[in-house]
Ligand binder design. Structure first.
Ligand code: AMP
Ligand code: MG
Length: 491
């Protein structure tokens, strides 16, 4: 039996300038190393058939399934602030869209499936390490409840890719509510193709913001909706210590999903100016800079949409500025609400913001582990001693002083200690994809063809809020010699 993909493609029905039709390049010896079975079911695909050799051939791009309409999408983008008028899918091919069991339209895309007209000097391929990293981190983000693209499968190709050294090649099957980026709008805007910008905006509204279909000013509404989703997304990142690493406009999704897991990382010790990416020399995409960059990217989107706002340019600019102005309020509300929950405050009182900021300041000063500090604060939310929390601080006395104030304040909350603990544990994960764990998993796979550590890590991260005593070590921060200081791009 052949694997049936219930494709219902809409993007490939847009004008020819939106993409290049191109099939994946067949590979030598595809071997499935991971299938996300629950996601396959959610997409209406048969996981058993996907696990057959024929399924692996499809997931490696060796066979194109019936109903697919393979395309590479065109887009532009600001990379580290510099505009590149043509980027596009240089190593990814959209097979098509399916409507999932929840009625949502989802893209099924192969990443690393061979060259396209947008490849420039690249080989169109992906190495195994970055594919595994994207699988692990994107699925961890999903389990954390943060909007993200998903990973359906990883296959090795049986071919080598050449980076600094020869590495095993791999293909990731990425699932997204769409792959439309700020850079997709920029591609048409820079060409002054207002009709294409309008077509794209209409497509985005149909797909992601159908509530705007009958709006009086749909394009204003569209900008406002993307602003809100991005503001909320970045707040969610900060609340789990996530650093995207390459927030270029081409890696900024219109649907509000986290997209493009390259040199991304979760911080261990709390440090607002933390940067991991080896190519981010100026710290443009540092942890605490992410809200500002998201707004910068949204401002680029607004510029693209201006011609759709009306003929009076000054008025259009003022309206766009007004809409962008909502970013900081939406972000702050989401971030502050999230922080309040993290420390177990469910009512509001004067002084709360200062209490929270003082904790963050003390954490930064004392190199406290971001994840474990909040998790162990939850452990201490009842009457238990806060030993684990204070152990995160180089100077535990700095925590003691803060904890006294925190206990006084939480005593004014209506919940019992046990209720507070449950509520805090529901928002403060114990397991995040720690860099040193991700690195170890990649080394085992690449060097020893051993996928057991990968499977284990994926399994633990699927339930990040649950204490899993048998996997307690996965919660530990790195030892000094395990610390990952830099991450590298996913190419
Ligand atoms: P990224 O850094 O993954 O966001 O990619 C930026 C741009 O470079 C996109 O247009 C990619 O399609 C392209 N690109 C990255 N890696 C490769 C590769 N190995 N071959 C061809 N194009 C690539
Ligand atoms: Mg990208």
């Amino acid at each position: 039996m052949t694997v049936h993909f219930p494709f219902q493609n809409s993007y490939s029905a847009l004008p020819d300038s939106f993409f290049a039709r191109v099939a994946p390049t067949p590979v030598a010896a595809p071997r499935l190393i991971k299938l996300n079975r629950p996601l396959a079911l959610q997409l209406g695909l048969d996981p058993d058939l996907l696990e057959t050799p024929e399924g692996a051939e499809i997931l490696a791009g060796k066979t194109v399934p019936p109903g697919a309409d393979p395309i590479a999408m065109a887009y532009a983008g600001h990379q580290f602030g510099n505009f590149v008028p043509q980027l596009g899918d240089g190593r990814a091919i959209l097979l098509g869209e399916v409507i999932d069991r929840g009625g949502l339209r989802r893209d099924i895309q192969l990443k690393g499936s061979g060259p396209t007209p947008f490849s420039r000097r690249g080989d169109g391929r992906a190495a195994l390490g970055p594919v595994l990293r994207e699988y692990i981190v994107s699925e961890a983000m999903f389990a954390l409840g943060i909007p993200t693209t998903r990973s359906l499968a990883a296959v090795v190709t049986g071919e080598q890719v050449f980076r600094e050294t020869a590495l095993p090649g791999a293909v990731l099957t990425r699932v997204a509510s769409s792959h439309i980026r700020v850079g997709t709008f920029q591609f048409f805007a820079v060409r002054r193709d207002t009709e294409a910008v309008r077509r794209l905006a209409d497509h985005v509204i149909f797909r992601h913001y159908p509530e705007l279909l009958n709006a009086e000013r749909p394009y204003h509404g569209l900008l406002g909706a993307v602003v809100a989703r991005q503001a909320e997304l970045v707040a969610r990142w900060l609340l789990v210590g996530f650093i995207h690493g390459v927030m270029n406009t081409d890696n900024s999704s219109i649907s509000g999903e986290t997209i493009d897991y390259g040199p991304c990382a979760f911080m261990d010790a709390y440090n607002p100016s933390q940067v991991f990416s080896s190519i981010d020399e100026m710290g443009r995409y540092a942890y605490a800079n992410q809200p500002r960059i998201a707004l910068w990217n949204l401002t680029r989107l607004a510029e693209c949409l201006l011609p759709l706002f009306g003929d009076e340019q000054e008025k259009a600019v003022a309206e766009a500025q007004d809409i962008l102005g909502a970013f900081s309020e939406t972000f702050s509300a989401a971030y502050q609400t999230g922080l309040r929950k993290k420390v177990g405050l469910f009512t509001t009182r004067d002084g709360d913001d200062a209490l929270i900021q003082d904790l963050l300041d003390a954490m930064a000063k004392n190199q406290a582990d971001f994840t474990l500090t909040f998790r162990s604060l939850g452990d201490a939310a009842g009457d238990a001693a806060a030993d684990d929390a204070r152990a995160q601080f180089m100077d535990p006395a700095a925590f003691d002083e803060w904890a006294r104030r925190w206990r006084e304040r939480t005593a004014l909350e209506p919940q019992s200690g046990a209720e507070r603990q449950a509520a805090m544990h529901a928002v403060n994960p114990i397991f995040i994809p720690r860099n040193h764990r991700v690195e170890a998993v990649i080394q085992a796979a690449v060097n020893d063809d051993d996928y057991a550590p990968f499977e284990e890590l994926v399994k633990v991260l699927a339930n990040p809020f649950e204490d899993q005593p048998e996997y307690a070590a996965f919660a530990d921060p790195p030892l000094p010699d395990q610390r990952v200081l830099q991450t590298f791009c996913g190419t």
